[in-house]
Design a protein around this ligand. Structure first.
Ligand code: ADP
Ligand code: ASP
Ligand code: MG
Length: 405
C-alpha cells in the first residue's frame, strides 16, 4: 500500500488533474493507493481573501468550513478523472476519512485516524482520493491543519495505514540545497535525514510541511519528494541518520521572508517579567522565535528582542504594548524589513568555524546581521528582507553547495 500526495500546482487545472490521474492509475495497477490532493492552484488564497471580504475578522469555525472546500473540489474531480481511466476511485473528505483533530480551528493537530472506512474501500479495489489539509473535531466540526497541511494529511495516513512509502509529488524534482526558484545553482539532494529536513522546513523550505516531517520521523515513514511533471525521476528520500557517520557540514540554506522583528525596550530587570511578556503573547496564540535579551549596564533594565511571523505582527504589537504598560517598560519597536537566512547540516556541530565563515561572508558583502540564533544543526541570521536573496545565494556559493556529493 502506498500514499501519494499532489500539491496545488500539480492539480491547478482540469488538464493537470487528468495528468495526475494518469500517475495514480499507473500506481494502482500494482499497489493499493491512497492519493491525497491539495486545493487547485491558488484556491486557498482566494478563499481566504473572500472570507476577509465578508468579515473583518472571520469566525475561525466558518473559515475552516470554507477553506476545507478547496480540497474537496480537487478530490471529487480527481475521482471522476480516475473513473474515466477505468481506475475505480472514491473521494473522501477529512471527516469521511475518519481524521479526528483537536478543536483548534485553522491550525488543528490530528489526534486519531479511524481507518475502517478507508480500508474497506481499498479492500474493495477502489483508489481512495483523500481531501488533504482537513479533519473534524470530536463534535463533528470541520477543521484545517494549517497552511501547507496536506503534506501532514499524507504522512498521517501513511502512518495510520502502515503504507510502505509516502510520495509527495510537487512542482520541483525533490529537496534541493536551496529553493531552486531562488538559487539557480541549487543541487538536488538524493537523500536527507529527517532531522535536517525538519529543521529546513521550520526555517522556510516550504517544500514540506514541518509537521509532516515530524510525523514521518516519529513513525520512520519513508517519504520521497518527487516531481509531478517528471514522475519517473527518483527525487529525494528522507531517512534516519543511523548508520551514516559522515555528515555534510551544510546540507541546505533556506530563507524565511514571513518574518518581523519586535523589541520591548528597557524592561525592569526583575524575576517574572519575561514570563509576563511572553505569557501575553501566548494568550494571543502568537508563536515567538529567536528571543534575545540584552542588559543595559548599570541600569537594571533589559531590552528583549524577538521575531514573529509577519502576519502576526499587528496582534503581537498590541499584546506587547499592553505588556509594556503593565511592566513599566519604556516602549515597543517593530521592524518589518527582516528575513531569516539559515544554514542546516547534521555535521555543523563538529565544525565551529562554519558560523564564523558565514558571518564573515555576509559582512564582506555589506550585509548587516540583525540577529543570530543557533541550534545543534542550524545557524540562522536575521538580515534585511531586501538583502535576503543575495544573502542566500552568497552563502550557497560560500559552502559550495552546488557541487556534487
Ligand atoms: P505544493 O503545492 O506541491 O505543496 P509548495 O509550493 O508548497 O508545493 O512547495 C514546493 C516549492 O517549495 C517549490 O516550488 C520551491 O520553490 C519551494 N522550495 C523552498 N525550498 C526548497 C528546497 N530546499 N527544495 C525544493 N523546493 C524548495
Ligand atoms: N491548500 C492548502 C494551502 O494552500 C493546503 C496545502 O496545499 O497543503 O495551504
Ligand atoms: Mg506545500
Amino acid at each position: 500500500m502506498i500514499v501519494q500526495k499532489f500539491g496545488g500546482t500539480s492539480v491547478k487545472s482540469v488538464a493537470r488533474i487528468k495528468n495526475v490521474a494518469g500517475i495514480i492509475a499507473r500506481a494502482a495497477l500494482t499497489d493499493k493507493v491512497v492519493a491525497v490532493v491539495s486545493a487547485m492552484g491558488d484556491t486557498t488564497d482566494y478563499l481566504v481573501k473572500l472570507a476577509h471580504q465578508a468579515s473583518h475578522s472571520p469566525n475561525r469555525r466558518e473559515l475552516d468550513a470554507l477553506l476545507a472546500t478547496g480540497e474537496q473540489i480537487s478530490a471529487a474531480l480527481m475521482a471522476m478523472a480516475l473513473n474515466e481511466l477505468n481506475s475505480p476511485a472514491v473521494s473522501l473528505t477529512g471527516a469521511q476519512l475518519g481524521i479526528t483533530t483537536e478543536s483548534i480551528h485553522t491550525a488543528a493537530r490530528i489526534v486519531d485516524i479511524n481507518t475502517e472506512r478507508l480500508r474497506r474501500h481499498l479492500d474493495n479495489g477502489l483508489v481512495v482520493i483523500a481531501a488533504g489539509f482537513q479533519g473534524m473535531t470530536p463534535e463533528g466540526d470541520t477543521t484545517t491543519l494549517g497552511r501547507g497541511g496536506s503534506d501532514t494529511t499524507a504522512v498521517a495516513l501513511a502512518a495510520a495505514l502502515g503504507a510502505s512509502v509516502c510520495d509527495i509529488f510537487t512542482d520541483v524534482s525533490g529537496v534541493y540545497s536551496a529553493d531552486p526558484n531562488i538559487v539557480p545553482t541549487a543541487r538536488l539532494l538524493k537523500e536527507i535525514s529527517y532531522e535536517e529536513m525538519l529543521e529546513m522546513a521550520r526555517v522556510g523550505a516550504q517544500v514540506l510541511h514541518p509537521r509532516a516531517v515530524e510525523l514521518a520521523r516519529k513513525h520512520q515513514i519513508p517519504v520521497r519528494v518527487r516531481n509531478t511533471f517528471d514522475p519517473d525521476h527518483e527525487g529525494t528520500i528522507l531517512k534516519g541518520v543511523d548508520g551514516m557517520e559522515i555528515y555534510r557540514p551544510v546540507s541546505g540554506v533556506t530563507v524565511d521572508r514571513d518574518q518581523a522583528r519586535l523589541a520591548i525596550l528597557k524592561v525592569p530587570d526583575r524575576p517574572g517579567v519575561a514570563g509576563e511578556i511572553f505569557g501575553a503573547l501566548a494568550d494571543h496564540r502568537i508563536n515567538v522565535d529567536m528571543i534575545i535579551q540584552a542588559f543595559h549596564e548599570g541600569r537594571s533594565v533589559n531590552d528583549i528582542t524577538f521575531t514573529v511571523k509577519r502576519s502576526d505582527l499587528g496582534a503581537a504589537r498590541q499584546a506587547l504594548n499592553e505588556a509594556a504598560a503593565r511592566t513599566g517598560a519604556e516602549g515597543v519597536l517593530a521592524d518589518e524589513d527582516v528575513a531569516k537566512v539559515s544554514i542546516v547540516g547534521a555535521g555543523l556541530m563538529d565544525q565551529p568555524d562554519i558560523a564564523a565563515q558565514m558571518f564573515s561572508a555576509l559582512g564582506r558583502a555589506g550585509i548587516n546581521i540583525k540577529m543570530i540564533a543557533t541550534s545543534e544543526i542550524r545557524i540562522s541570521c536575521v538580515v534585511s528582507d531586501k538583502e535576503a536573496e543575495r544573502a542566500v545565494n552568497l552563502v550557497h556559493d560560500l559552502f559550495h553547495l552546488d557541487e556534487r556529493e
